[in-house]
Design a binder for this molecule. Structure first.
Ligand code: PEP
Length: 248
């Protein structure tokens, strides 16, 4: 049985004072949760996240990782550095990285591998743009994004990894994929893995992301192949994030 998981992606928001209030509220509210919960915070606040969340029900992680392990890569942060700060998770291939920072399928695959080398659990984001959905090529796009990683990493690297289906048109827009639309893509993703490994396919946690809110979370998470959510905007409000976790 796959456990549900809800991961907050703070993006580039917060400061020491606002984070402290948010981290403490989520930590305290998570005591009774039955789903897994994690917060992916900006790099400078990883130590703060660890100091507040260590020993709690809430894991923490980062929003990106270098494809390199160490060396002359000014501005980059390695997987080992994230592990040093107790991170369990790292997001790779978020659509904002892909569209604004040029993270190609190949770079995303390299980041996925770097995360695995450091013992981190990668959360691989995939998803189509509105144009691609309207052109009827959602399946092709998502399959291409997954296959780019699979061909570099092999199937075994997906044991206990996480995939997040995030239709680009639903991220931060207030538009959500309908539960049926999301389930259709999630089922397709699971089949892609199950075709090669029934065990990995059945155990893979596939999160949905894109304008999940307390009011729509339960219906989305009730779909058979949706194992929780990757939450942007609503993860910045403790009560909303906890309500979404409770819905899982
Ligand atoms: C995200 O950033 O991954 C995301 C899903 O954002 P939002 O929940 O705000 O749409």
């Amino acid at each position: 049985m796959r456990g549900k998981l809800v991961v907050g992606n703070w993006k580039m928001h917060g400061n020491l004072a606002t984070n402290m209030a948010l981290l403490q509220a989520v930590r305290d509210g998570a005591v009774e949760l039955r789903s897994g919960a994690a917060l992916c915070v900006p790099y400078p606040y990883l130590a703060q996240a660890r100091s507040v969340l260590e020993g709690s029900n809430v894991a923490w992680g980062a929003q990106d990782v270098s494809e390199h392990d160490s060396g002359a890569w000014t501005g980059e942060v390695s997987g080992a550095m994230l592990a040093d700060f107790g991170c369990r998770y790292v997001i790779v291939g978020h659509s904002e990285r892909r569209s604004f920072f040029g993270d190609s399928d190949a770079v995303t695959a390299a980041k996925f591998l770097a995360a695995r080398r450091a013992g981190l659990t990668p959360i691989l984001c995939v998803g189509e743009t509105l144009e691609e959905r309207e052109a009827g090529i959602t399946g092709d796009i998502v399959t291409r994004q997954i296959d780019a990683v699979l061909s570099a990493s092999g199937m075994a690297a997906f044991a206990d990894a996480v995939v997040a289906y995030e239709p680009v048109w639903a991220i931060g827009t207030g538009r959500t994929a309908s539960p049926a639309q999301a389930q259709e893509v999630h089922a397709m993703i699971r089949t892609r893995f199950s075709d090669e490994s029934a065990v990995i396919g059945s155990q893979l946690r596939i999160l949905y992301g894109g304008s999940v809110k307390p009011g729509n979370a339960a219906e989305i998470f009730a779909q058979p192949d949706i194992d929780g959510g990757l939450i942007g905007g609503a993860s910045l409000v403790a009560a909303d994030f906890l309500a979404i976790c409770a819905a899982a």
